[in-house]
Design a protein around this ligand. Structure first.
Ligand code: HMG
Ligand code: MG
Length: 328
């Protein structure tokens, strides 16, 4: 495989839509996931099993998972904050088991081609500061890690992959600049629970390439160093440094980037923060002529989707590359 292949984790249907005020029907979200899959993306976050009182917009996730198109080999992770969310996911997965087709008096039917599971992956999420952790999940960082350990253990036992998130890796909206050592501790704890990767969230979107470099150097060196292959970049684009920050992370060896089509989104517990760096902008920067990088996804198709979902939701298309492509 190409060492410069950059996997894209499309978070538009989850991070992008969780903050919308108007209720979005699950059928529209399922269509979004389906279109993103057909545009060639391999990992698409489909929703969250969080409390509907906290994030009403994600309440329809079971319906999204059961109605969207599942492409074989793709991953459709969902966020899970606690055991209750994992139990709800397990209940859904159990209901979806195909009924047995063998009639007592007949030879057993040949096995059906295995249907892809509704999902094979969860994402658990923690933060680098107590203030953000309390706002987002109603508990301190230490309490959240205690709460998440059995979630990861049980998910792994059931054969699911587990991804971890750390929020507010550069700046916390409540307490200001964040100590990189704290980000390292929380990342390490998530990896020790069995997460295959930790995605570093610049939730506020205030980081600069220098911030990202300094953060990654701290994480990737010294005691308990974390290798680049276990880290992903999850940068919101509030100040327009998203693509530059992604490039800084790639320079330091990361090869997984979270992005949202149309630059959708914002975190409900990070006031003023805008959406993730847009998938179209990332692909444009990484896949131009002469680039060493390779990514999944068809840029023109993604630009179409970014334009479609933005106008459907009545919001501005936040992707610079997407708008330029649509204007050609
Ligand atoms: P809590 O209120 O402390 O929970 O919320 P609780 O355990 O006390 O339960 C209260 C009620 O909620 C009970 O119902 C539970 O059954 C129910 P009641 O008895 O009152 O009827 N409940 C649930 N229902 C459905 N699914 C569940 C669930 N859990 C409890 N999973 C909790 C604690 C963690 C649940 C809540 O704070 C929560 O759901 N938080 C999620 C917030 C969220 O989704 N934030 C956005 C995602 S993170 C993000 O965007 C950052 C990221 O993009 C990276 C970055 O950019 O930094 C990943
Ligand atoms: Mg986010």
């Amino acid at each position: 495989t190409n060492p410069n292949y950059v996997n894209i984790v499309e978070v538009g249907p989850r991070d992008g839509l969780q903050n919308e005020k108007a209720v979005i029907p699950p059928s529209l979200k399922a269509e979004l996931v389906t279109r993103l899959g057909r545009a060639g993306l391999k990992t698409i976050e489909a929703g969250s099993f969080v409390s509907p009182k906290w994030v009403p917009q994600m309440a329809g996730t079971p319906e999204v998972l059961t109605t969207m198109e599942h492409l074989p080999g793709n991953h459709y992770p969902v966020l899970v904050p606690n055991m209750k969310g994992l139990e709800n996911l397990f209940a859904l997965l159990a209901n979806e088991n195909p009924p047995t087709r063998t009639h007592a008096s007949l030879q057993p039917a040949p096995p059906l081609p295995a249907a892809p599971p509704l999902t094979d992956e969860i994402a658990i999420f923690a933060a680098a500061t107590d203030a953000f952790s309390k706002a987002n999940t109603n508990c301190t960082v230490a309490e959240s890690l205690e709460r998440l350990a059995p979630v990861a253990e049980s998910a792994l036992k059931h054969g699911l992959r587990v991804r971890g998130y750390v929020s507010v890796v550069v700046v916390c909206p409540y307490t200001g600049r964040v100590d990189a050592a704290k980000v390292k501790d929380v990342s390490r704890a998530l990896l020790d629970m069995g997460c295959y990767e930790v995605s570093l969230g610049d939730t506020v979107g205030a980081g600069t390439p220098s911030d990202i470099r300094a953060l990654l150097v701290t994480l990737m060196s010294g005691a308990h160093a974390i290798s680049a292959s276990k880290l992903a970049a999850h940068f919101h684009d509030t100040y327009g440094a998203g693509v530059a920050n992604v490039l800084a992370a790639l320079d330091l060896g990361l090869r997984t980037v979270d992005a949202a089509v149309g630059g959708l989104g914002g975190c409900p517990y990070s006031p003023g923060a805008t959406g993730n760096v847009s998938t179209e902008d990332v692909l444009y920067a990484l896949c131009g002529p002469g680039s060493i990088y390779e990514t999944p996804g068809d840029l023109d198709a993604l630009a179409e989707i970014g334009g479609w979902i933005s106008s459907t939701l009545g919001r501005r298309n936040e992707s610079r590359a997407g708008k330029a492509i649509l204007a050609r």
